[in-house]
Write a new protein. Sequence first.
Length: 160
Amino acid sequence: MPVGPGRGSGAGSLVAYALKITDLDPLEFDLLFERFLNPERVSMPDFDVDFCMEKRDLVIEHVAEMYGREAVSQIITFGTMAAKAVIRDVGRVLGHPYGFVDRISKLVPPDPGMTLEKAFAAEPQLPEIYEADEEVKALIDMARKLEGVTRNAGKHAGAW
């Protein structure tokens, strides 16, 4: 059965390659070690293993037999309404033209973990247009109520 050579932040580790944990030479493929071990990283490095879709059910069956069906499950992942996306979604639902909503959402910095509150502090134009335009105010007030709410559920990529 075909198995992927290595994925995740661990693929950037030369030690992982030397120990044959992964089959990817990070030097040959110019992978970043900083993805593997970085003081600014909030989570531990990870190694992902990909199995061919054609016989993936055999892997799942083997794991369930080996560890017991009650100990094996799929993992759900939840997508939440992030700052930029919630502005776009609310604007669309309220029927605002694309250009109007796009102009507002582009004021939200693309930084990871950005919230509307942080965006207001980081981008002086946001509070300005919020105070100056009632439609912008209504859109952002609604977006603030929905920010962080679960938007969709899906199967986690690492969960079979």
